[in-house]
Ligand binder design. Structure first.
Ligand SMILES: C[C@@]1(CC(=O)O)c2cc3[nH]c(cc4nc(cc5[nH]c(cc(n2)[C@H]1CCC(=O)O)[C@@](C)(CC(=O)O)[C@@H]5CCC(=O)O)C(CC(=O)O)=C4CCC(=O)O)c(CCC(=O)O)c3CC(=O)O
Ligand SMILES: NC(=O)C1=CN([C@@H]2O[C@H](COP(=O)(O)OP(=O)(O)OC[C@H]3O[C@@H](n4cnc5c(N)ncnc54)[C@H](O)[C@@H]3O)[C@@H](O)[C@H]2O)C=CC1
Length: 148
């Protein structure tokens, strides 16, 4: 095996699949929008929603996280601004559930990539969770290059 970080890249067929997002702030909004664009069935549990989030296009459970909520969801995103709550979300997940703690990559069993999407191809950029800003920078450079 080569000396790379162990990570196996995949594309998930997310359409109509149940996804839970815990928290309704800035980062949750980014995740929710991309999930909805790809046809996921999104449930959000949060006492509040960031401006621009429309609770008529997803299920909004208005309130704080309770561990019983995670049952039945394929993907779970912990996006609150409280690390302890995010840790509880991860702990509540069972084997087979994919969970991303957006505040602590070491706590996650999958990460998002920065992506460039066109009708014909998708490019994904990852730093193995080590440097998200670098992913964003590389993406911007590639976009400039591809626009030439
Ligand atoms: C592990 C991962 C989990 C995940 O979210 O999936 C994760 C985790 C964390 N991000 C943090 C910070 C920032 N992340 C961004 C931006 C992006 N982050 C994304 C992905 C990922 N971020 C996954 C690994 C990606 C990889 O491997 O490279 C992108 C690529 C895609 C997306 O979010 O969908 C998206 C660019 C989207 C685009 O432009 O296309 C910015 C800049 C900005 O927001 O403008 C900042 C602020 C600057 C900074 O601090 O660097 C922190 C510290 C939080 C804190 O301590 O406050 C953590 C927590 C930790 O590192 O443990
Ligand atoms: N993955 C990524 O790309 C990035 C992740 N982060 C991390 O993401 C986390 C969230 O950041 P923001 O969205 O900017 O915060 P924010 O303050 O905008 O949103 C936090 C949300 O969590 C909700 N919340 C708080 N306690 C809750 C509970 N017990 N149950 C349910 N919802 C609860 C709040 O109501 C709010 O909607 C931070 O921990 C930060 O470290 C920050 C930057 C980038």
């Amino acid at each position: 095996m080569c000396k790379m970080v162990a990570a196996y890249p995949v594309m998930l067929a997310i359409k109509n699949q149940p996804v839970l997002v815990v928290g309704g702030g800035r980062i949750a909004k980014r995740k929710i929008q991309e999930l909805l664009e790809n046809g996921a069935e999104v449930t959000v549990v949060s006492p509040s929603l960031a401006e621009g989030l429309d609770p008529t296009v997803f299920t909004w459970i208005k309130g704080v996280f309770d561990e019983k909520i995670v049952h039945g969801f394929w993907l779970v995103f912990a996006c609150t601004d409280d690390q302890e709550v995010n840790q509880k979300v991860v702990a509540a997940c069972q084997k087979g559930q994919l969970v991303n703690d957006t505040s602590n990559q070491r706590n996650s069993n999958f990460f998002n990539m920065a992506t460039i999407k066109t009708e014909d191809y998708l490019l994904g950029i990852s730093t193995y969770g080590k440097n998200p800003s670098l992913s964003k920078k590389i993406k911007e450079k590639l976009m400039q290059y591809l626009a030439k």
